[in-house]
Design a protein around this ligand. Structure first.
Ligand code: LLP
Length: 432
């Protein structure tokens, strides 16, 4: 997406970014409602409307606030939650229970209880132990739960090691060994307390090739076929996870949703036609691709340090406490100076955060205009896993979040205060 520049200033959702920084303070997360809605619209157009029996569950780990959940709800989508905390946010936002799916490799008994009590749509189970916990929770309440199994399809996705999840050596998913997967499936089919719907995979994140999706889909289809022949049971749902890559620097080869989804759907459809069965419901779980490019972080420039012959460091008032991704995954971003958006790029400098950590770098060797203390720096594509992975490292408060669109702006998360950081801290009597 090309930045919207008017009279030398950056505009976000029709709002002057410098003005937003002035009104709400910095660091500030700014989300474009139009951009998020646009992503849902393209998913609807190339997937949900093109293929019947499909669903999209927004993976809210990417960005989860009550306002976002309301937006997802308004757009008619489902959500994927991965914790009691996300589930609680969904419940508090009045998210329809039937449209919630629950993933995770170690769901706690209390989290499962919450899910069963609220009557959520599906639990995606990561192993036999969890099946037993769910059955127990259902038995105690006299309720049933619809479930899928997450498998690790053993495919290698081309992305950062930390966000690969589909290979065999992974804490996620059930390995495909005969004496592992089939007992799980059999137990779920026979269970009095769960309805076994089918299988799930999520192979990794920030992916640009459809190849691993096709390979993983083949694995699910083979399991579906074998389950029919062993147990005479036909699965009714397959979930192919998320992972669709986005643009951070403009250099990535970003693919539209249909690049991934059309070949996968055709593969599944062809298999079902061949087997003479109706196609199961197919579900996707995009997170990053919905909110990533919709988010921009605004910072105020502080100290500037020019180390002769080495490097110029431009420090801003946030950093790894609001965006851990460069430090954690060596993620690269692009940005610009919002109040000098049309000025010539005359220098190369590194934009760093204010945290006490040398790895706290936001933009390495960025091309920038003249920059002065007090300027407003915008970093693009911070909408996914920025706010949601923010921390209080160095006791930096979590920044505010603003939703913009059509020239309007709405505060959706207030800036944390120092007092709130300390809210739960207790001094025992002997130290008073
Ligand atoms: N479904 C499941 C089961 C997942 O584990 C994930 C992400 C998604 C869907 C959504 O994937 P997405 O469409 O957002 O790629 N913190 C890392 C990303 C971790 C992703 C974890 N799982 C990052 O900042 O890159």
């Amino acid at each position: 997406m090309r930045p919207d520049i008017r009279n030398g200033r950056l505009y976000l959702g029709g709002c002057d970014a410098v003005q937003l920084a002035g009104d709400y303070g910095t660091p500030l997360y700014v989300y474009s409602e139009e951009e998020i809605v646009g992503r849902f619209a393209s998913l609807r157009e190339v997937f949900l409307r093109r293929w019947e029996n499909t669903r999209a569950a927004y993976a809210c780990k990417a960005f989860c606030t009550p306002a976002m959940l309301k937006l997802v709800q308004r757009e008619g989508m489902c959500i994927d939650v991965v914790s009691g905390g996300e589930l609680y946010a969904a419940i508090q936002s009045g998210f329809p229970a039937g449209r919630i799916e629950f993933n995770g490799n170690n769901k706690l008994p209390a989290e499962i209880d919450l899910a069963v009590d609220y009557g959520i749509g599906r639990i995606i189970i990561d192993g036999l132990q969890e099946l037993a916990l769910i059955e127990d929770a259902c038995r105690r309440r006299g309720k049933r739960m619809q479930v899928l199994f997450r498998v690790s399809p053993g495919v290698k996705a081309d992305t950062h090691d930390y966000i690969i999840t589909g290979k065999k050596d992974s804490k996620f998913g059930i390995p495909l060994d005969e004496d592992f997967i089939y007992p799980c499936i059999k137990a779920a089919i026979d269970s009095e307390w769960v309805d076994f719907l089918g299988l799930h995979f999520h192979i990794g994140s920030q992916l640009f090739s459809v190849q691993p999706y096709l390979e993983a889909a083949d694995v699910l289809l083979e399991l579906l076929r074998e389950t029919r022949s062993r147990f005479g049971y036909t699965m009714s749902e397959l979930n192919i996870g998320g992972g669709f890559g986005i643009s951070y620097t403009g250099e990535e080869e970003v693919q539209p949703y249909d690049y991934f989804l059309t070949p996968v759907m055709e593969r599944i459809q062809a298999f079902c036609t061949d087997q003479g069965i109706s196609r199961p419901t197919v579900v996707v779980e995009p997170g990053r691709s919905i909110v990533g490019e919709a988010g921009t972080t605004l910072y105020t420039v502080g100290a500037i340090k020019d180390i002769p012959g080495v490097r110029k460091y431009i420090s801003v008032d946030g950093g790894m406490s609001d965006n851990i991704r460069p430090a954690l995954y060596h993620a690269a971003y692009a940005g610009l100076v919002a109040n000098r958006a049309d000025q010539p790029l005359v220098q190369r400098a590194t934009v760093c955060g204010k945290c006490c950590e040398s790895g706290d770098i936001l933009l390495r060797d960025a091309e920038l205009p003249v920059v002065e203390t007090g300027d407003i720096l915008a970093v693009f594509s911070t909408g996914a896993y920025g706010y949601s992975m923010a921390s209080n490292y160095n006791s930096n408060p979590i920044p505010a979040v603003v939703l913009v669109g059509n020239g309007e702006h709405h505060l959706i998360v207030k800036r944390q205060t120092y007092g709130q950081i300390l809210e739960n801290a207790v001094i025992p009597d002997h130290l008073r």
